[in-house]
Design a protein around this ligand. Structure first.
Ligand code: ZN
Length: 86
């Protein structure tokens, strides 16, 4: 399908839902490319991605961080598991 928005546009909610998989590299190349394109064009999501990286660091320090609305409990658990594997 050659129409631009089938390829380009995923919405913020989709990015947030997939962000832990994105960080873990557990998404396919197509979705990854779409997320990267979205994050480049979306200050909101690029801030969330930065915040998620900060969260990983904070958890590693044994601190907790209040996650922004939209972060699921699943992500919280995945982030914790991510640290525990180190
Ligand atoms: Zn966004």
């Amino acid at each position: 399908m050659p129409d631009d928005h089938s390829i380009l546009e995923i919405d913020c909610e989709h990015v947030i839902l997939q962000i832990s998989n994105y960080i873990d590299g557990e998404i396919d190349a197509n979705l990854r490319a779409r997320m990267e394109a979205h994050v480049r064009g979306c200050k909101h999501c690029s801030a969330i991605l930065d915040g998620t990286n900060n969260t990983l660091r904070l958890l590693a320090d044994g601190k907790t961080l209040e996650l922004p609305p939209g972060f699921s409990e699943r992500l919280r658990l995945r982030l914790a598991a991510h640290i525990n594997h180190k």
